[in-house]
Ligand binder design. Structure first.
Ligand code: PBG
Length: 322
């Protein structure tokens, strides 16, 4: 006779639902969006079916749809018309990202948390996340000075959360001081703390028309490393991060679990462009079922310890969960 029959709790939908240990909720999801300067119409991103570079109008509509579906946050990325070596358009109050912040805050600022990417790669003509020194290396401290000005410009535009994603040492501390000195004590920082150099960012490069040649391996983390994620997270929390992030998500669920276990602040994870593209491509070929795969992937990220999930599926997933 079998005393333990774990299948008893799997026998029906209501039973499984009753004992489910992890649940996805729309409020935990954050939708990343791209807005392209000068675009009259949204432009499809071929490697991310269903995702677009928005015009200002379609961006506002996407923000409204997300808010209506109960999505908790929106993360803005700008695609500027003009690039230069120092990413000047990122600091300019009239730059595309700062204009978009104002528009989205006016549209949905009372209903959802509005966040912006605080990084130079979308704005530099060489595509790196920072400025280069004479030798062509990314100059950590010179980059931090620009991040500080960029964060203040975003706060001036009304953003609720700035999100440094460039993996410069000390970036969170420099940004916190700059925000406070400028009077933006209430602007929060979501730090991309454990961000790995990943081949799965491929489609994002199309999404932001990236000019990058080479790679980001001198500033983003090496996928072989684990404890370094703890160090990076500890440093960011000490420097004043209000939330931390692990990125990518699906190939780094072990890291996410490690960080969730040690973090004293909320932990987010980013289901990145290549993860989205893989699910979409397999589903388009009929090799996997799209919606169950989407929800399973998000549940796995949740189970690994993410409070918040940045996902291109946010609005659709929120509707499915409602
Ligand atoms: C850098 C940044 C990247 C992503 C978000 N912020 C690209 C990179 O680090 O190369 C990738 C997001 C995705 O792939 O979905 N500003």
């Amino acid at each position: 006779m079998l005393t333990h029959r774990p299948r008893r709790l799997r026998q029906s939908g209501p039973m499984r639902n009753l004992v489910a240990q992890n649940r996805l909720a729309p409020a935990d999801l954050i939708l990343p969006v791209f807005v392209k300067e000068g675009a009259e119409q949204p432009i499809d991103i071929s490697s991310m079916p269903g995702v677009q570079q928005h015009s200002m109008e379609s961006l506002k509509a996407a923000a409204r749809d997300a808010a209506a579906a109960g999505v908790g946050g929106i993360m803005l990325f700008g695609v500027p018309e003009t690039l230069d070596a120092r990413g000047t358009a990122g600091v300019d109050p009239n730059g595309i990202l700062n204009v978009a912040i104002r528009e989205v805050i006016a549209e949905v600022g009372d209903e959802m948390v509005v966040m912006a990417d605080t990084c130079l790669d979308e704005f530099t003509d060489h595509g790196h996340c920072g400025v280069l020194d004479e030798a062509g290396n990314v100059d950590n401290d010179a980059t931090n000075e620009i991040y500080a000005r960029m964060a203040v410009a975003q706060a001036e535009a009304g953003v609720h959360v700035v999100s440094p994603s460039g993996m410069m040492d000390g970036q969170v501390g420099v940004i916190r001081v700059a925000l406070d000195e400028a009077g933006y004590q209430h602007t929060a920082i979501l730090a991309y703390s454990a961000k790995y150099a990943s081949a799965f960012y491929g489609p994002f490069r199309e999404a932001v028309d990236s000019a990058l040649t080479g790679d980001r391996k001198t500033y983003q983390m090496d996928s072989a490393n684990r404890t370094e994620a703890i160090l990076e997270t500890e440093l960011d929390i000490q420097e004043g991060a209000d939330m931390v992030m692990v990125k990518p998500a699906m190939s780094y669920l072990d890291i996410l679990r490690d960080v969730a276990d040690m973090s004293t602040v909320p932990v987010a994870a980013y289901q990145i462009s290549g993860e989205y593209a893989m699910i979409e491509a397999a589903a388009a070929n009929g090799w996997i079922e799209r919606e169950p795969a989407m929800l399973e992937s998000l549940t796995a990220i949740r189970r690994a310890g993410a409070q918040n999930i940045l996902t291109y599926y946010a609005t659709e997933a929120a509707r499915l969960l409602a």
